[in-house]
Design a protein around this ligand. Structure first.
Ligand code: PXG
Length: 452
């Protein structure tokens, strides 16, 4: 790649010589060098070559309130001056973490009034794994160990996160653990075959019951799922799926962990994905939108019945140096204040999400598009060779071609295989949505042209 700014080359050399990047094709990265992002404001990024890019992914699904919010910088700076660090271990605490715990439970579903803090979503899911097993041990059922996840679910990149998730590429690289099993995902477009979406939704949900019976209810600790799978490709389950899962969960004595890392804090137009679907989780994993990504923080929101058992249980031998970090907590508190006071989630629900969904669906008429689906501030565009039969192009990598065109034309859209996905900042305006959809159409045109 030729560069205009000599500093770009310097940074790319640093990348090649000193940096091991997360989730990247190392060979390709070495050859091409990374794009260097240098600043951001609102929903736009700038790279070191001076290109302005609309960030259709809110960073990695996290920058809910948009870039460049002074209040968040101020919250961090003033907390650093007051108390830059202390921990929550061994019978100590500090005001930001405690006040944040209360603020989170004020927006969480009723009956979930305790929070365990972590540094990330992955650590949140590690916490879940240990917490549910500890819970059942305290209840006198230590054999309840197995956790049921889903194929193509994403729960993070620590060993427990990778193992709970259903990404084969991660399992193959040391990401498995005993006592974790997976069931089918509710991905109608890719896997529904001849079934109607509704019939497929019921079928996919029934796999949970089948698995509980196969493993034995006495051995199952929990089921973990994202209300809408994000990293798996914005997979919005058929309408029959969650009601059927709810029915099954009510029948068996197992805990339900809703991984709200992507859906939480407004992405669906409700505070949590479980609010949108009317689910009743026992534990909810949170991260990303909690701080709008300005600083790392995650956690687990815990239902009162579970918290009550834990609180009688003596030591819980688990926690992180940065659990509830005061600076992160101060930023999260301010971020929640912004979400609440500026009625950002209300605006998503009433105005911008309906507009985004309407405009995105206009892309259905494009010859390359097999399906447009979306909900709230989430969207997916399936790229296909044949719409009617949902047939993909044989040559893999149509998504990557499209993604490159997007990048080169000032739009960040992610490719999951041949599925293009978006999750813009929640503060995106209708005019910016127009910009997003127009750029997306242009890149679909360029992709189609390149395939000819
Ligand atoms: N659960 C879910 C549902 C996630 O989406 C995690 C847990 C892990 O969170 P941390 O903070 O440990 O990364 C995630 C993270 C992608 C992508 O390419 C998605 C995530 C992370 C990185 C890349 O879509 N999700």
């Amino acid at each position: 790649m030729s560069v205009k700014n000599p500093q770009t080359r310097e940074w790319q050399d640093l990348s090649r010589d000193h940096h091991l990047a997360p989730f990247s094709d190392y060979k390709q990265l070495k050859e091409k060098g990374p794009r260097i992002i240098t600043k951001a404001k609102g929903v736009h990024l700038w790279d070191s070559e001076g290109n302005k890019i609309l960030d259709g992914m809110a960073g990695l699904w996290c920058v809910a309130v948009g870039y460049g919010r002074e209040e968040l910088a101020e919250a961090a700076a003033s907390q650093m001056r007051e108390l830059p660090y202390y921990n929550l271990f061994f019978q100590t605490a500090h005001p930001p973490a405690l006040e944040l715990a209360r603020a989170i439970t004020e927006v969480a579903p009723a009956g979930m009034s305790h929070v365990f803090f972590t540094g990330s979503g992955s650590e949140g899911n590690d916490t879940n794994l240990r917490m549910v097993r500890h819970y059942w041990a305290l209840k006198g059922k230590p054999q309840k160990q197995v956790i049921i996840g889903r194929v193509n679910g994403y729960h993070g990149s620590t060993v427990a996160g990778a193992a709970l998730g259903g990404m084969s590429g991660m399992h193959e690289q040391g990401g498995t653990l005993p006592g974790i099993v997976h069931i089918a995902q509710p991905y109608w477009f890719g896997e529904g075959g001849d079934m109607t979406p509704d019939a497929f939704g019921v079928w996919a949900a029934e796999q949970l019951e089948k698995k509980i019976l196969e493993v034995g209810e006495d051995n199952v600790a929990a089921f973990i799922a994202e209300p809408i799978q994000g990293a798996g490709g914005v997979i919005i389950p058929p309408e029959t799926y969650w009601p059927k899962i709810k029915e099954i969960l009510a029948k068996y004595e197992i805990l339900f962990i809703a991984d709200e890392v992507i859906c939480g804090f407004g992405r669906t137009g409700q505070w949590f994905g479980t609010d949108y679907y009317g689910l009743k989780p026992d534990l909810m994993t949170i991260a990303k939108g909690l701080t709008s990504g300005y600083i790392p923080m995650g956690g687990v929101i815990v239902r009162d019945e579970v918290a009550a058992v834990l609180s009688e249980g003596g030591d819980f031998n688990h926690g992180f140096t940065y659990s509830g970090h005061p600076v992160a907590a101060a930023v999260a508190l301010e971020n929640l204040r912004i979400l609440r006071d500026e009625k950002i989630i209300e605006r998503v629900q009433a105005e911008t999400a309906p507009y985004l969904q309407k405009r995105l669906r206009e892309l259905n008429d494009h010859p390359l598009v097999g399906e447009v689906r979306g909900l709230g501030m989430l969207g997916a565009i399936e790229l296909v060779k044949d719409k009617a039969t949902r047939t993909r192009y044989e040559s893999k990598g149509v998504g990557m071609i499209c993604r490159q065109f997007c990048f080169d034309n000032g739009l960040i859209m992610r490719a999951v295989g041949d599925t293009m996905i978006i999750a813009p900042p929640l503060v995106i305006t209708c005019e910016e949505i127009d910009e997003l959809v127009e750029k997306a159409r242009k890149c679909l045109d360029l992709t189609l042209e390149a395939l000819k």
